[in-house]
Design a binder for this molecule. Sequence first.
Ligand SMILES: C[S@@+](CC[C@H](N)C(=O)[O-])C[C@H]1O[C@@H](n2cnc3c(N)ncnc32)[C@H](O)[C@@H]1O
Length: 407
Amino acid sequence: MSSPPLVFFILGRDLERDGTLNRDVTPHLPIMEISSLLSTFTSQPSILLEPIAYRMYMSPPGIPLDSGLIEFMKRATTLHFMGTQDYKYHSPMESLQDATLDFLEVIEADQSFLDHLSSRTQLKTGMVTFSIARIYHGVPITKDIDQAMKERLGEIFRVHARMKVNLENPDIPINILISTPAGTRVGFMFFISLHGRGYRKRDYTHRLSGKRPTFAVGTMNPPLTTLMVNLCTMKPTSRSLFLDPFCGTGGILIEALVQGFPVLGLDIDGSKLEGCRKNLLHFNQRGNWNPVGIHLVQGSIFNLPFRDGLAGGVNGAIRIICTDPPYGRISSLNSRPLLGYITKLLHVGLNAKKICFAMPERKKNKLKSVLGEFMVKSPFSFNVEVIPYHHHSSFKRVIVQLVRKPA
Ligand SMILES: C[S@@+](CC[C@H](N)C(=O)[O-])C[C@H]1O[C@@H](n2cnc3c(N)ncnc32)[C@H](O)[C@@H]1O
């Protein structure tokens, strides 16, 4: 029996603030992310996602997710697709109002979906809570429609799904997405997102750098760190270590820990490591996931403090490397050029399954020469994508993903 296609919401505005990246270009990185997750949680090595609407993508039907479903849902934003309303009135706003009313009726009548919602948190006793965080739309929508829709949906979920509102810490954060079908300007598509990865900073308020016990300039924030961790996701096991060899105060390791990986952080700067320890312990105590290993070691990537050097020991257990190597003034402790760090990183990662790192776009051309040499004998395939850095529009990052080729 084949299961229905999985539909994904790919991208939020935080990742496309830079006007030079348009909607045709920007989604590529999140598509790589979803593909990375799908290939982790299914046996299919590469899965093509079809665009179905603005920011919505669909995987082919029949992908067997069974055992990994819960894990998978924590990491991706999946959508419940409610169907297309084909309206051809002269005024798009009039059409949208009508389509919205129809959409609400469809949900209200779909008791199996509403039951599915209220039974989603199986371990929970008592009522499942929800919030309708917002309504995204790739179509023009007035505040009135937006507000009316939230209120009406809230009522439907309360009455027909027997759920309770909790704006602070809901079991199910619900988003409604309205879009036009890909390649057309006619009609609207309605989706409900049920879970998963947020695409905006405000989806991660308590894990943003300013909210952590220790803050350091240059630390990375979600959603970028979440994206990077997902780009090198594999099923967490107690024996596969997630290494950030330039961990700083742990921006990336926090996200890895949240996803259930035992983490290993290396940094040359003892005070950063101390901050990293505080941050990781803080988030490990929040109780949403099992405590897993936290290993922090002071040292330089050029003189690894792990036993057995590159060949075995701890290194044999390092399956994932995800990092933001030093560059510019933030890393004034060091005078090495960025590409020296990256070359070293690639050699440390020779046994890894997945590697992901960030670097400034202005160094991208030089990267080609480093990767060029490395790629000749490399066991990895490479994906390189540019992403705007949120705070300075002139500064862009490149995200590099390396995936071990099948043996
Ligand atoms: C860009 S920062 C990483 C920031 C980190 N992602 C965070 O969230 O805080 C680079 C880090 O690399 C560390 N570093 C510099 N040279 C190093 C070396 N040779 N070996 C290991 N760590 C090094 C610096 O101390 C700094 O914390």
